[in-house]
Ligand binder design. Structure first.
Ligand code: FAD
Length: 308
């Protein structure tokens, strides 16, 4: 079978494109690990438009329900699967998955998002899951009543701090840049909590301990002063790595490994391949943006398929 379209990724972007593809009756295959994407770990998403509060888990359920509602006999769903490679063919592309299956398609939409960037300092690897964590929602409650550190002053860092403040004794956030990149309103609200301290222009140097994390060492970059602080938990929120390895060499990536797209229609440099959401080089990455980008891509894919 030669699909009209293969969509890779089950986050907001992949799901939005799938719903539109099914409703437009494009013969489509959605390949995904699971539904929901990155914010599945959030307890309370407050900016999913039309829904003032929703947990990440419920968002994931709703996304899956929406795709299945319209899948009918036109959209195939291959779940619990990773795409490992894409090859060019005479008629389009061949998509290869981690269970060694291959699928042919005329067009391709990449919506594979991104993953957490790892902290690369002494002790970070050694103490992962022994005090160092990349998922506050998953492991945070184990640190109830403890003094914890958040590394990273973007939205994810401050959102993590907000979660932790609900049950930890104190939260210290460390940001190596001069400014906190999180939204100003979020920063202001979280810094108003008396249990919260945030240090900018500060570099975390080392994580120490025996079996579990016991302290961190950090440097005030302005004065050069080095401090060791006792803590039991280090929550890392230092950015994302786009999931684009499997498409390297087929489409152009930028220095951050993001797929370079034309923002007017989401096209990559390769004829027949579009990309949307957090795996692309657009400036802001949010659920609503990922959805909008994917819909734009889908509209363009539809025109391409029907006019080519
Ligand atoms: C902790 C946290 C909280 C957030 N909170 C908010 C919020 O409150 N509001 C907001 O608007 N945004 C929030 N965001 C950002 C938002 O989650 C992302 O912008 C959004 O998920 C991007 O959607 P996406 O579909 O592009 O990618 P993703 O959500 O990253 O989904 C990509 C999917 O593709 C899958 N995938 C990756 N590689 C492959 C492959 N090779 N084969 C098959 N599947 C693959 C992944 O497993 C994943 O399920 C948050 C992010 C984080 C990390």
């Amino acid at each position: 079978m030669n699909y009209d379209l293969i969509i890779i990724g089950g986050g907001p972007a992949g799901v939005a494109a799938s719903v539109f593809a099914a409703r437009k009756r494009l013969r489509t295959l959605l390949i995904l690990k699971d539904f929901g994407g990155q914010s599945t770990v959030s307890n309370d998403i407050q900016n999913w438009i039309g829904t003032p509060h929703i947990s990440g888990a419920l968002l994931a359920k709703n996304l899956e329900a929406h795709v299945r509602e319209y899948a009918d006999d036109i959209l195939d769903i291959k779940i619990d699967t990773f795409v490992t490679q894409v090859k060019k063919t005479k008629e389009g592309f061949c998509v290869i998955t981690d269970d060694e299956q291959s699928f042919n398609t005329k067009t391709l939409l990449i919506a594979t998002g991104s993953k957490r960037r790892k902290l690369e300092i002494v002790g970070a690897d050694k103490f992962e899951h022994k005090g160092v964590t990349y998922c506050a929602s998953c492991e945070g409650p184990m640190f109830s009543g403890k003094d914890v550190i958040v590394v990273g002053g973007g939205n994810a860092g401050f959102e993590t701090a907000a979660q932790l403040l609900a049950y930890t004794k104190s939260v210290m956030l460390i940001e190596h840049e001069q400014i906190f990149r999180a939204e100003r309103i979020t920063v202001k609200k979280i810094l108003a909590n008396p249990k919260m301290v945030a240090l900018n222009n500060t570099q975390i140097l080392e994580i120490k301990g025996d079996k579990f994390v016991e302290s961190i060492v950090y440097k005030d970059c302005a004065s050069g002063k080095i401090t060791e602080k006792k803590t039991q938990g280090v929550f890392v929120e230092i950015g994302q790595v786009p999931a684009t390895q499997f498409i390297q060499g087929i489409v152009k990536l930028n220095d951050y490994q993001q797929i370079i797209i034309d923002p007017t229609n989401q096209k990559t440099n390769e004829d027949g391949i579009w990309a949307a959401g957090d795996c692309t080089n657009i400036l802001y990455h949010q659920n609503n943006i990922a959805v909008g980008d994917a819909v734009r891509a889908l509209e363009d894919i539809y025109v391409y398929l029907k006019t080519k």
